[in-house]
Design a binder for this molecule. Structure first.
Ligand code: FCB
Length: 465
């Protein structure tokens, strides 16, 4: 069988290894709301989303899906789906409203209540420390462009572990540092909304340094299931021309290798170092940093949504690009159907990615920490949400994952993005990724057909049907 064989989209034939983890994922700012409750300090996403013109129709996470108060209902929904794990993030500015120094006990208490609710439902909490919501007070001092933020992140990790380390076994430092660094500081599409290659390069290195410092702190505190979540987009050249091949290499470098390779090997990829230096944005590496960054982790979190085809063009595209020195590189529109995000659908790309990671990060167990799709869901007259496209995407990607496992990829779990419809960052509430529909007027939750399909996969795996 080749990696491009993908089985038909039914739950029946899917086989997963014993002990495989089935979960769903969310992130604090996307679901919690309650932004000015219990002493929470502002984050860069509060600032960004409240800046006119930055988000779809000016949407903010002020209310989101009110998970801060509705978490018992949400945990009950997870139980109904049969999830064995739930991946969520902690809002740094709930715990340390100024980013450093004063601890807000009420913020920690919220996460303790959530974790206890999960544990009593038999669901394993998987905690991510940072899903993009830097305390604004740290941004005011330079944010991730300032080396000191890495040390503050490690201090924050210690505080959260001190409060929850007795009951949370699975820890992740960062979610998608590529997005924090490059969408936030190069493309300007995410908070803090800057467009500066030097800032983007500095943020990249300091995020990785923060990851390494926090990993050491957590390890010393006794954590023994520690990871980081990276987002991968396979990059293919549009043609075999040297210019297109080099365009794909450059984007693959910054998207897929720049964050993973230093963690695994203790060195940045040489071609990426050259590209960034040539663009006047060298990585600000100091002695010993790469030892810190390559502090061993126990698992790698993999987020995958789509693949990309790119080509070199003669003139700058004029588009906001997330990549440094990539003004003359363009994306080719995906072939075939796209989700409402405009993203193509490629389960084959998912299989290929897992097989590539088996080679790039040998020996590191993989957990798919996000995968999912957005569609224009509505509650029908029958009170249900029929989302055949999401179900198809889900089952085909699960099948693609089992293909990779059969070919030797050590994948041990899958977290659907997302449990609930939520605040999709700059795209606001217009993009629905949830297995569970949320009516934003009433906050009513309705499991979609895809949620039932996922529950069926999980039940079959447990041998109970
Ligand atoms: C990922 C993010 C997640 C969500 C999905 C659609 O990049 O980690 O919060 O927005 O995309």
């Amino acid at each position: 069988m080749t990696s491009t064989d993908v089985r038909p989209a039914t739950a029946a034939g899917l086989q997963f290894p014993t002990g495989f983890v089935f979960g769903a994922a969310t992130a604090a700012y996307q679901i919690e709301g309650a932004v000015d409750v219990d002493g929470r300090g502002p984050s860069i996403w509060d600032t960004f989303s409240h800046t006119p013109g930055k988000t779809f129709a000016g949407h903010t996470g002020d209310v989101a899906v009110e998970h801060y108060t509705r978490y018992p209902e949400d945990v009950a929904l997870m139980g109904e789906l049969g999830l064995s794990a739930y991946r969520f993030s902690v809002a740094w500015s709930r715990v340390l409203p100024e980013g450093a120094g004063r601890i807000e006990q009420r913020g920690l208490d919220f996460y303790r209540r959530l974790v206890d609710e999960l544990l009593s439902a038999g669901i394993d909490p998987w905690l991510t420390l940072y899903h993009w919501d830097l305390p604004q007070a740290l941004q005011d001092r330079g944010g991730w462009t300032d080396r000191d933020t890495a040390a503050r992140f490690a201090d924050y990790a210690a505080v959260v572990h001190g409060a929850l380390g007795d009951r949370v076994a699975h820890w992740s430092t960062l979610n998608e540092p590529m997005c924090s660094a490059l969408l936030g500081h190069m493309a300007g599409q995410h908070a803090p909304g800057h467009r500066d290659p030097v800032e983007a390069s500095r943020a990249t290195h300091h995020l990785l340094l923060g990851h390494g410092l926090a990993t050491r702190v957590l390890r010393d505190a006794g954590a023994d299931h520690l990871g980081i979540t990276l987002n991968f987009t396979p990059m293919s050249p549009a043609t075999g021309s040297p210019a297109d091949v080099d365009a794909a290499r450059r984007l693959d470098g910054q998207q897929n290798r720049m964050f993973l390779v230093p963690i695994v090997t203790g060195e940045y990829p040489a071609d990426v170092v050259r590209d960034l230096a040539a663009a006047g944005a060298p990585l600000p590496v100091e002695d010993g940093d790469l030892d810190v960054i390559s502090t061993p982790v126990d698992w790698l979190g993999v987020n995958y949504y789509f693949r990309s085809t790119v080509r070199a063009v003669a003139e700058p595209t004029g588009k906001a690009t997330a990549f440094i020195g990539a003004e003359r590189i363009d994306d080719i529109d995906p072939a075939g159907p796209t989700t409402t995000m405009g993203w193509g659908i490629s389960p084959e790309g998912f299989t290929d990615l897992m097989l590539r990671l088996r080679d790039l990060a040998p020996g590191l167990p993989l957990f798919i920490t996000e995968n999912g799709s957005a569609w224009p869901d509505e509650v029908g007259d029958d009170g249900a949400v029929h989302d055949p496209e999401r179900t198809d995407y889900l089952l085909r990607h699960l099948a693609a994952m089992t293909t990779a496992i059969e070919q030797g990829a050590d994948v041990r779990g899958y977290f659907a993005w997302s449990l609930l419809d939520n605040y999709e960052w700059a795209r606001g509430y217009a993009q629905r990724f949830g297995l569970v529909h949320v009516d934003y007027g009433t906050q009513r939750r309705t499991p979609k057909d895809s949620a039932r399909a996922y529950a069926d996969v999980i039940r079959r795996h447990r041998g109970s049907v």
